[in-house]
Design a binder for this molecule. Structure first.
Ligand code: ADP
Ligand code: MG
Length: 731
C-alpha cells in the first residue's frame, strides 16, 4: 500500500482545528501597524530633528545623513527591543522572485571582549550580503563580485515573527558596487520618481498647485490552499509548486458551487490568522473570498503608494506561507497548480494621485478637471499601445505560460478595455476636434465631454472580465500578472512607458503652444492624435475568443505565447531606449535582466522535466507494473483452473493497455532526457530557452497523458500520488 498518500488522508480527520487568539474585545485598529516603525512610532522614538530628516527622505528620496542615521538606528533599536527583538536584517527582493534576509544579532563583542547590543547608522544604511548566490545575469562577473543592500527610507522598517524569534527588517535596495541594480526595488523606485516628474509637468497645464504625483497600486492576490500532508506526498508540488500529473476529478468547477459557497472553516481560521499577522505589519487587507476553482481564494488590500504596496505584497506572500504551516495547510501561489482547473493571477490596479488629493484616472466634476482626467486616461492607452510588448514581457514566466497563451484567460495579446461610455467620448474627440479649431468648437466640446462622463461612470465600466488591461472607473486593472510574480516587474514597465508617453505629450503640446495655439486647444489636438494613433489597442469584445486572436493578428498586435519569445522585447533598441531615456536601466542592466529571466525559465522547465522523469520512473511505473502483475497472476490462475479465455478477456485487455502506456511513458521519458541533454549543450541562453520550450516541454503532456490514463486503471490502493479529488476537495 502506498503509505504516504493514505497516511495523509487518514490524518486529515485527526487534524485539530487550530485555535487563534482573535482580537478579543479589541478592534483591528488596535493591532494595525503594531509591528511597523511607522510615523507615529517614529515620533515617539526619534528626536524632532531625526524625525523630520527621515520624513523628508521618505518623501523626496534624498539621502539621510550619517549623523541622523545613527539617531534613527538608535530609535529603531529601542523600539524593537521593547518588543523583544534580538536580531535585525536587511530585507530585499532579489530577482529570484522571493525575498531575502540575512539575520544579524544586535548582540556583539567589544574589542575588550565585553558584550554589547549594537545597531548604528552604518548597520542601518548599508550591508553586504553574500551577493554571489543571487542572480546577476553576469553583471558582477566582469566587475567586483560584490553587491550591497542600501536602506530605502521610503518604506518603513517592520518586525517579523517566526516561531519564538523576532527580527527587525529594514527594507533595502540591492545593488552592485558600480551601482547597477540587482533587485526589483531599485528600478521600481526610479520608475516611480520619473513618473512623478513627468506627471507633475503635465498636471501643470491644468493645476499649478500640484507638486507631487504618486503611483498607486492595489493588488488582488489569488491562491490555492490545500492540506499540507497531502501536498507533501506529491514530489511535484514540493519541488515545482504545481502538479505535473493527475487525472481530472469527476467533479471540477463546473457546478460553480465553490465561488458562491461559504469559506471552509479550516481555511477561514487560517485566513483570520494570516490577516492578523498582516495587520500587525500594516498591510491593509480589506477583502477575502472564494475564487472560481475549488480550494482557490483571493485577498486584496486597500491600495497604497506603489513601493509600499509591492513590499506589502511580497511580505504577505511570505506571511501566508509561514502561517499556513501552523494550520498544517499549504498555500500554492503558483499560476497553474492543477491542469484543467482555473489558474491564479494577481490583478494590479494602478493609478496616479496628486498631492492635491486628485486621482488622475478619476473623471472630474468640472470640464477643466475632466480634461486633466482625459489627458492621463488617453496617455495611458497610448503608452500601452506603443509598448504592449513590454507589458507582455514584464509578466512572462514559465509559470504564467500556463495561463497566458494556453487555454486560459487572459490571453497573451495585450489590449485595453475602456467601456462604451469612454469609447464614445474618445470617438467624439477624434472626430470633432479639427485641425483648425474655433472658440465655439472648444466650448461645445468641453461641455459635451463633461456631460458624457457622468459620475455614475464607475457603475458602467468594467463588466468585461476578459480584458487583460481594463479601465475600471477610476484606475486601470492589469489582470494578466501571475499570482507568484513580484508586482514590481509590471509596475516598472507601466511607470516607465507612462513617463515616456507623458513626456512626448508635453513636447507635442508645447510645440503647438509655441506656434500660438491656446493651451487647452493644444491639449485637445494632441489628445486627438494620440487617440487615433492608439486605436488599435482598444478592444471591447470577448478576449478569450478565437475571433479576437484573428482580429488581433489583422491589427498587427503580437501574441507571444511563450516566455522565451515574450522576453525578446527587453533587448530591442526601442526598449533599451525607453528604459535608458528615463533613467531606469542602462543597456547593460537590461541585457543582464533578460539573461536572468531566460535562465530562470530554463531552470524551471529543467527542474520540472527532472521531477516528471522521477515521478514516472519511481512512482507511476512501479505502481502500474505492480498492478499488472496482480492481473497476470489472476489470468494464470484462471487458466490453471481450466477456465476459457473469454472468462479473462477483460484482464488480458487491461494488461495489454497498461503495457502500452508503460512503454509510452518509458519511451517519452527517455526521449525527453535526450532532448534535455541536447538543450544543455547549447551555450546561448536564448537558444537554450527556446530548445527547452519547444523540444523538452512538449514531452510533459505526452508523459502525463499516459500516466493519467494509468491512474484510471490501477487499483486505487496502489496509487502513490494523492489524486486531484483529494487535493482539491479534502481538508
Ligand atoms: P473589484 O476589482 O473586485 O471590483 P475594487 O474595484 O473595489 O474591486 O478594487 C479592487 C482593487 O483596486 C482594490 O485593491 C482597491 O484598493 C484597488 N484600487 C481602488 N482604487 C485604486 C486606485 N486609485 N489606485 C490603485 N488601486 C486602487
Ligand atoms: Mg479586480
Amino acid at each position: 500500500m502506498s503509505s504516504l498518500r493514505f497516511q495523509a488522508i487518514q490524518n486529515l480527520s485527526e487534524v485539530e482545528d487550530k485555535k487563534i487568539s482573535g482580537y478579543g474585545d479589541k478592534k483591528i485598529t488596535a493591532i494595525f501597524g503594531s509591528h511597523v516603525f511607522s510615523g507615529r512610532t517614529m515620533r515617539e522614538y526619534l528626536s524632532d530633528e531625526a524625525y523630520k530628516s527621515l520624513m523628508t527622505s521618505a518623501k523626496t528620496g534624498s539621502k539621510v545623513d550619517r549623523r541622523m542615521a545613527d539617531q534613527v538606528a538608535a530609535g529603531m533599536k529601542a523600539w524593537a527591543e521593547k518588543l523583544n527583538v534580538t536580531h535585525f536584517t536587511h530585507w530585499f527582493q532579489p530577482l529570484t522572485g522571493t525575498t531575502a534576509e540575512k539575520h544579524d544579532s544586535f548582540f556583539t563583542l567589544k574589542s575588550d571582549g565585553s558584550t554589547i547590543e549594537l545597531f548604528d547608522g552604518d548597520a542601518l544604511i548599508q550591508q553586504e550580503p553574500d551577493a554571489s548566490s543571487f542572480p546577476s545575469g553576469g553583471i558582477r562577473a566582469t566587475f567586483e563580485a560584490r553587491g550591497y543592500t542600501a536602506w530605502d527610507p521610503s518604506s518603513p522598517a517592520f518586525i517579523i515573527e517566526s516561531g519564538s524569534g523576532k527580527t527587525l527588517c529594514i527594507p533595502t535596495i540591492f545593488i552592485a558596487y558600480n551601482g547597477e541594480s540587482l533587485d526589483y526595488k531599485a528600478p521600481l523606485l526610479k520608475s516611480i520618481a520619473s513618473l512623478d516628474k513627468a506627471a507633475v509637468d503635465v498636471c501643470h497645464y491644468f493645476d499649478k498647485n500640484v507638486s507631487k504625483v504618486t503611483t498607486t497600486l492595489g493588488w488582488e492576490q489569488e491562491y490555492f490552499v490545500i492540506d499540507e500532508a497531502l501536498a507533501n506526498a506529491r514530489p511535484d508540488l514540493v519541488m515545482c509548486g504545481r502538479t505535473l500529473m493527475g487525472h481530472a476529478p469527476a467533479k471540477g468547477q463546473q457546478l460553480e458551487d465553490h465561488y458562491f459557497g461559504s469559506i471552509p472553516e479550516r481555511v477561514y481560521t487560517f485566513m483570520q490568522d494570516y490577516e492578523q499577522e498582516a495587520y500587525k505589519l500594516g498591510i491593509p487587507l480589506r477583502t477575502r473570498h472564494n475564487e472560481v476553482a475549488p480550494s482557490q481564494f483571493e485577498c486584496a488590500p486597500i491600495f497604497e503608494e506603489c513601493n509600499i504596496a509591492v513590499d506589502h505584497n511580497t511580505l504577505l506572500m511570505d506571511v501566508m506561507n509561514k502561517v499556513a504551516k501552523r494550520h498544517k495547510l499549504k498555500v500554492l501561489l503558483h499560476e497553474k497548480p492543477f491542469a484543467g482547473v482555473n489558474g491564479s493571477g494577481k490583478h494590479n490596479n494602478w493609478s496616479m494621485a496628486t498631492d492635491t488629493g486628485v486621482n488622475l484616472l478619476s473623471p472630474g466634476k468640472t470640464p477643466r478637471t475632466n480634461l486633466m482626467f482625459l489627458t492621463f486616461f488617453v496617455n495611458t492607452i497610448k503608452a500601452v499601445h506603443d509598448y504592449a510588448d513590454l507589458l507582455r514581457g514584464a509578466i512572462a514566466s514559465a509559470n504564467n505560460d500556463h495561463r497566458l497563451g494556453a487555454n486560459e484567460a487572459p490571453p497573451a495579446i495585450i489590449s485595453v478595455y475602456i467601456g462604451k461610455f469612454l469609447s464614445d467620448v474618445l470617438d467624439e474627440v477624434e472626430t470633432r476636434v479639427k485641425e483648425k479649431f474655433s472658440e465655439q468648437d472648444e466650448v461645445i466640446l468641453k461641455l459635451d465631454i463633461h456631460k458624457q462622463i457622468p459620475e455614475l461612470l464607475m457603475d458602467n465600466t468594467d463588466r468585461n472580465r476578459t480584458s487583460p488591461f481594463a479601465f475600471t472607473g477610476n484606475k486601470f486593472e492589469f489582470r494578466a500578472v501571475g499570482s507568484s510574480a513580484n508586482c514590481a516587474s509590471p509596475m516598472i514597465v507601466l511607470n516607465t512607458i507612462m513617463t515616456e508617453t507623458l513626456k512626448q505629450f508635453k513636447t507635442d503640446v508645447d510645440a503647438l503652444i509655441e506656434k500660438g495655439e491656446k493651451k487647452e486647444i493644444a491639449v485637445l489636438q494632441v489628445l486627438r492624435s494620440f487617440i487615433s494613433s492608439s486605436k488599435n489597442i482598444r478592444f471591447e469584445g470577448d478576449n478569450y475568443s478565437e475571433e479576437w486572436a484573428e482580429e488581433a493578428k489583422r491589427r498587427g498586435l503580437n501574441n507571444f505565447k511563450t516566455t522565451p519569445e515574450a522576453l525578446d522585447v527587453f533587448v530591442t533598441e526601442k526598449s533599451k531606449q525607453v528604459f535608458y531615456n528615463n533613467g531606469i536601466y542602462s543597456k547593460r542592466e537590461l541585457e543582464a535582466r533578460h539573461e536572468i529571466m531566460l535562465e530562470e525559465y530554463i531552470k524551471k522547465v529543467q527542474i520540472e522535466a527532472r521531477v516528471i522523469g522521477y515521478l514516472a520512473a519511481n512512482h507511476i511505473l512501479p505502481a502500474a507494473i505492480g498492478y499488472q502483475n496482480t492481473l497476470i497472476t489472476n489470468v494464470k490462475g484462471l487458466k490453471e483452473i481450466g477456465l476459457d479465455k473469454k472468462n479473462y478477456k477483460t484482464q488480458l485487455n487491461m494488461i495489454e493497455i497498461m503495457s502500452d502506456h508503460i512503454q509510452n511513458i518509458n519511451d517519452n521519458v527517455e526521449a525527453m532526457i535526450e532532448a534535455r541533454k541536447t538543450a544543455n549543450n547549447i551555450e546561448d541562453s536564448h537558444k537554450r530557452a527556446l530548445k527547452y520550450c519547444h523540444d523538452v516541454k512538449p514531452y510533459f503532456d505526452k508523459i502525463r497523458y499516459h500516466a493519467d490514463k494509468l491512474e484510471l486503471i490501477v487499483d486505487d490502493k496502489l496509487w502513490p500520488l494523492p489524486k486531484y479529488r483529494e487535493l482539491l476537495f479534502m481538508r
